[in-house]
Design a protein around this ligand. Structure first.
Ligand SMILES: [Zn+2]
Length: 253
């Protein structure tokens, strides 16, 4: 991958539009090339800034009233000018409001969806990287009483750590990872020869949510909120096994 190619791809990368191999090439290049690393940091910062909710605003409360007043005023001379019937002016105004309303809704909705899509790409990339470059675990232990204090010394939050060995999903270790612009806890569980990565970080609100199901690039993912934490899990185990795993995990956390 050349620097020029990277520059052309960087926005698509941050929008989560590229395939897995392209993503990995870009991550590798950004690690090796200080110039592109700076470019990447800049674009990433810009994207984060645009995701800020403060940039979105609700239409002012008196907008409707102002439109109605403007319509009434417009109607006065309109009666004299036959070519503009008040009904058409009203219809045009309603149409304009509808277009404004639906594009606002679309913009807000798209922000949500692209944040999820971006995080999905990040989670899959972390999972694949953890299996590829021999960086699956920082702390290798099947004992949650070893893994938990290890995290507590490295993070500013305490991720719940449970072992599900008795239920067929032994805990094999933990590591630190970086997702959604922050350091997160990654727990690794095993199912036969497959690994399941579980990423945990503090939620911004206390609302619990049911697991959302995502399948992407051959991986199964679930994410939910519980106990003040955001949980993302990813694996190549099948859907039934992942559902079972998530149910067991949720029962104990
Ligand atoms: Zn470069």
């Amino acid at each position: 991958l050349t620097c020029r190619e990277l520059q052309n791809l960087i926005d698509s990368y941050l929008d989560g539009e590229l395939d897995l191999m392209r993503n990995l090439e870009i991550e590798q290049h950004v690690q090796d090339c200080p110039h592109c690393n700076r470019l990447y940091q800049n674009h990433r910062a810009l994207k984060t800034a645009f995701r800020n909710e403060a940039l979105y605003f609700a239409p002012p409360l008196d907008l409707q009233k102002r439109v109605q007043t403007a319509l009434r005023q417009a109607n006065q001379p309109v009666r004299a000018v036959k070519s503009f019937s008040p009904r058409w002016v009203l219809a045009a105004a309603v149409l304009t409001l509808l277009i404004i309303g639906s594009s606002l809704a679309l913009a807000l909705n798209r922000t949500d969806t692209s944040a999820e899509a971006l995080l999905t790409q990040e989670v899959i990339a972390s999972h694949v990287r953890s299996l590829m470059v021999d960086h699956l675990m920082d702390v290798v232990s099947t004992d949650q009483h070893t893994v938990k204090p290890w995290f507590n010394s490295k993070l500013d939050f305490a991720p719940p750590v449970v072992n599900l060995a008795d239920q067929g999903f032994p805990l094999v270790g933990g590591r630190l990872d970086y997702l959604d612009n922050r350091t997160v806890a990654a727990l690794i569980y095993q199912k036969d020869k497959h690994f399941i990565n579980v990423f945990i970080w503090p939620a911004t609100n206390e609302n619990n949510s049911n697991p959302k199901i995502i399948t992407s690039q051959g991986y199964n993912l679930r994410y939910w909120s519980k106990s003040g934490m955001v949980w993302w899990t990813v694996s190549d185990v099948n859907n039934d096994e992942l559902n079972q795993f998530v149910k067991l995990l949720q029962a104990q956390t």
